[in-house]
Structures are given as C-alpha cells and as structure tokens.
Design a protein around this ligand. Structure first.
Ligand SMILES: Cc1cc2nc3c(=O)[nH]c(=O)nc-3n(C[C@H](O)[C@H](O)[C@H](O)COP(=O)(O)OP(=O)(O)OC[C@H]3O[C@@H](n4cnc5c(N)ncnc54)[C@H](O)[C@@H]3O)c2cc1C
Length: 500
C-alpha cells in the first residue's frame, strides 16, 4: 500500500507525531511489514518535537559494564578503567519510579518500561542510534576517577538532534513516508473503530485512511489555556522548554471518541529555566536554558529567603519538581547563588552567552545586583546559611554526602558549602515546563482504552501522551526511554493488527 507521493491517502498504519515515540512506533510497525505514514505538524526545520530539544539522556537497566559495552562497543579499556559505572538494575529502576512518584505510578506500565528498557536500547542501536556515556553531566571526577551517581549513564550520540536524525534517516531508508507541516485534526471512525485521520496541510484538509493509528503527538505543555485549566492558576505564566507544537491535539482527538484520560492531569515536569528565555524552546540553545547545578548553590526568592532543600537528593530526582516550586515564589523567579569553590561543578549550560547572570567580589555587592530581591534580607539569609553548615563532614558531589545544615529551615541536606569565596555568581531562573503527566489510558499492547476500559479498535498511543507513569516527579532520562519502549510496543501491535 505504501508509496511516497505527498498525497497518498491510505496506509496500513498512520503515526501522529514526529518525535522519538512516533519514530519508534513507525520503525516497529514497518518491521512487521506494514506500510507507514508519519504525520509531523511542524515544518521540517522544527521537526522532532521535544525529543529534538533533549540532551538525549536515556535511563536504562544495565547489570554490568558488559551490558554497557554491548550498547556502546566503542568504549575503550582505558575509559572503562577510569570510570565507576556501577549498575542500574531492574530493582533500582522500579525503586526510583515508585519513590519519586510517591508510589502512584501504574505498576503494569512500569513493569513494561523497566523490563523492556535494556532490549529496547539494543533495538534502537540496531535502528542506527549510537550511544555514549554521559561523563560530563552525570559523573564527577574525584581523585582521577569518574563515578556515575544517578542511574542515568547513557545518552544518544549527538543528543536529541542526533537521536531524531538517526531515527528519521532509518525511517526514510525503509520507505516510511514522513509528512511535515501536516497537522492531524481528528480521528476518522465508523462502527468498527478508528479508520484513519483527518489532516490539514497548507490550509487544506484531507483524509488518510488507515487500518491502525498510533497517537504519539506529545502532551499539552505548549497550550497555555489547557495548562491553566489542568495544572492550575499560574501555569499560564510558565515558559515552555521545548516544542511549540505540543498543544494536546492527540489527547483531544482521542477523548472526542471516548478515550479514557489517565494519570496525573494536574501534574507536569517543570524545571528552573533562565528567567529571560523565550516563550518556547529555541533549537539553537536546546536544553541549555536550564540551570541544573542548584544542588551546589542556594536559591533565594524575591523576599531574600530560601524556599526549598536544594540538596534533598541528586539533581536527577529533584529537578523535575523544583520548577513548580519556583513558580509558586513571588514574581515566579529565584536566584541561584554560587561561590568560586563550586564553579568547576557547574554544568555547561552556565557558560552559554544567553544567561541571566550577575557577579560580584563581595556578598554585600552581590545582593544589590539580584534584581527584584530584598537585598538586606538576602544577605542575612546567606550569612545564616553559612553559619549553619556541618563543616566536619567531607564534601563529595558523587554521593549524598550528608554535609548538611543544622537548625535551618528549610534545611540543605547534602552538598552544603559555605558561600564565602569570591567571585560570587548568581543566575536568575523561572519555571520552564517540560511536559505534562496527564494522558490516555493504554493496555499492555499499547491499545487506547475507552471510558469503559475496553480497547478502542485500531487506536494505539505512545510517548508523552500516555498517562499513568509519572506523578509529582520524574527520574531524569525516563521520558525518552518510555517513548522508545511504548513506541516500539504500540508500533508492533498496530503493525501486527493490520496483518502487515
Ligand atoms: C529541553 C528538554 C530537555 C529534555 N531532556 C530530556 C532528556 O535528556 N532525556 C529524556 O528522557 N527526556 C528529556 N526530555 C523529555 C523528552 O523530551 C520527552 O519525554 C520525550 O521526548 C517525549 O517524546 P514524544 O515522542 O512523546 O513527544 P515529542 O518528542 O514532543 O513529539 C511529539 C510530536 O508530535 C507532533 N505533533 C503535535 N501535535 C500534532 C498534530 N496534531 N499532528 C501531527 N503531529 C503533531 C509534534 O510536532 C512532535 O513532533 C526533555 C524535554 C525538553 C523539553
């Protein structure tokens, strides 16, 4: 059935979306012999959804360095020698998902995610995606050796752009038709289920018939009105970290035909993001507006107060929920304060040109430069923090070192260093929303369920628009893994269903 003319109006499987989950579904459906059309709403220059904006960090199970070597055969003996990769077992992944989501995550979905992560990574490699260890961001060098600390060890070669380009190239090679600038508007249905998709391209509407449709069009983070409606007041003021095209179309289209909403509809992934970043993500900057070295800083709000435990856990387990905490501060901003002792621990994103930063050689001068902040109170807060630190405990960024504050509210539980060595730097952040947690309900084959919890014939879903995995928080690197695992699964089910 497949051909690559721009007006082909039928295929075995139509995939809505052009990010990681969509391409995994497309490749997997094609693997089963189905003809596949991918619909990407954005123009080609902005294609790839949030997946393109990522660093490509991807959380997966490995029990030994041998597992990693299978995935990254280029790893040299010397690199292995100088690195403590540790392990990331299925049990650790289960524990992380349970703990950060306050044990709300759907156990059946998590089981699929965790148990299929390792083989899905090898499948991605076979599909042309290459990987490398994330030495810079996820392991610090202490005494000449790197140690990975946060269960997140692997990234796609070339980051998010590399991942999307590799998947796109493979899709093209195996005759998957990719339609850019083509927005899915609604699902075509009859008594026997979903029969295709109505789309709009260049102002014109047309229908594409399909035996199966996979929705992989992301969440509703770029829809200001839905953010306010579902996440709550104030969320209209957040900046969007990634694609401007994820406005909840797939969710709406599915719910219009009675798909069941599922998961944490009032929850989202949101981080500290440069105060002066643009309204939506900028592909030239990628994820670098984020400011994720805050565990080595203290954060002050407009009142000059600390408001969160910056060192409660490793960055991977706190960053996704601290955006919401920043949004709740007066004026929706905060300043991260560092001294010279920890400058070398700052991630690359602190050194980009488009950064809202002030510096000073004394704390007295620094606080006057923190725009919008009560300077007098800020100085008192920094001094009180400095006086509260248990300096007898050694500082170690690779472990939760227990170097904490005493009798301070809120506490700083790890990595508490005095702020007393000039020059002092401060970075202004606001809330940047990454993706929304609420989604559709699927079964173990990736089929979308209706409100009676019966499968809607011929309809599948994957990626950000699947609900039930994330509540309140999120372990870094899980979005891409979930997109790959559930994309592969949904694509295979859709392909099988068409008998392709
Ligand atoms: C700045 C940033 C950094 C991140 N870093 C990481 C990281 O390092 N590791 C990680 O695991 N996760 C990361 N994430 C989260 C990650 O991006 C997502 O979890 C993941 O990419 C979701 O994949 P997806 O395919 O479901 O959605 P997306 O990649 O967002 O794809 C959705 C696609 O649907 C298209 N679309 C929307 N509506 C329509 C329509 N009506 N018709 C047709 N197409 C439509 C969009 O254009 C887009 O192509 C990051 C996110 C951001 C924003």
């Amino acid at each position: 059935m497949a051909n690559s003319t721009p007006r082909q109006t039928s295929a075995d499987v139509v995939i809505v979306g052009g990010g990681n989950a969509a391409f995994c579904a497309a490749l997997s459906a094609r693997e089963s012999g189905a003809s596949v059309i991918v619909l990407e709403r954005s123009p080609i220059e902005e294609a790839g959804g949030n997946s393109r904006f990522t660093a490509g960090a991807i959380r997966c199970v490995y029990d030994s360095v041998d597992d990693l070597r299978r995935l990254m055969p280029d790893l040299s003996d010397e690199e292995v020698e100088k690195t403590d990769f540790g392990t990331y077992s299925e049990d650790q992944f289960f524990d992380d998902m349970g703990r950060v989501t306050e044990y709300r995550c759907d156990p059946d979905l998590v089981e699929i995610l965790v148990r299929q992560s390792r083989e899905t990574m090898l499948w991605l490699r076979n599909k042309g995606v290459r990987f490398q260890p994330i030495w810079g961001r996820q392991a610090f060098e202490v005494d000449g050796r790197f140690k990975f600390w946060g269960g997140l060890t692997v990234e796609a070669w070339g980051g998010g752009p590399g991942l999307v380009d590799a998947l796109t190239e493979t899709a093209r090679k195996i005759d998957i038709s990719i339609r850019y600038d083509t927005r899915a508007l609604s699902l075509l249905t009859d008594a026997s289920g979903v029969q295709g998709v109505r789309v709009r391209h260049a102002g014109e509407r047309y229908d594409i018939e399909a035996d199966a449709v996979v929705l992989a069009s992301g969440g509703f983070e770029a829809n200001r009105e839905w953010r306010t409606r579902y996440l709550g007041p104030g969320w209209d003021l957040a900046k969007v970290r990634g694609s401007r095209f994820n406005t909840g179309d797939g969710l709406r289209m599915a719910m219009e035909i009675d798909a069941a909403p599922y998961g944490h509809w009032s929850g989202c992934h949101a981080v500290g993001w440069d105060l002066n970043a643009p309204e939506f993500g900028d592909l030239a900057i990628g994820d670098a507006f984020q400011k994720h070295s805050y565990p080595f800083s203290i954060m002050l709000n407009a009142d000059g107060e600390r408001f969160v435990d910056e060192g409660a856990d490793f960055r991977n387990y706190t960053y996704a929920k601290y955006g919401a905490v920043i949004l709740r501060q007066p004026g929706q901003f905060a300043w991260q304060i560092f001294d010279a002792k920890v400058t070398h621990l700052q991630r690359d994103e602190y050194r980009i040109r488009q950064v809202t930063k002030v510096s000073a050689n004394t704390l007295e001068e620094l606080v006057t430069k923190l725009e919008g902040v009560d300077a007098e109170r800020a100085l008192e807060t920094i001094n009180a923090y400095n006086a509260s630190i248990k300096t007898g405990v050694d500082f170690n960024p690779n472990v939760k070192d227990g170097r904490c504050t005493t009798a301070l509210s809120p506490p700083k539980s790890n990595w508490a260093n005095t702020i007393d060595e000039p020059p002092f730097d401060a970075f202004a952040v606001t809330c940047g929303v990454t993706f929304t947690f609420g989604g559709l309900r699927i079964d173990g084959d990736g089929r979308v369920l209706d409100n009676d919890l019966s499968p809607i014939s011929n309809l599948y879903a994957a990626g950000e628009l699947v609900g039930g995995l994330f509540y309140f928080n999120y372990p870094g690197g899980t979005g891409l893994m979930a997109g790959a695992v559930f994309g592969k699964l949904a694509g295979a089910s859709a392909g099988r269903h068409t008998g392709g």
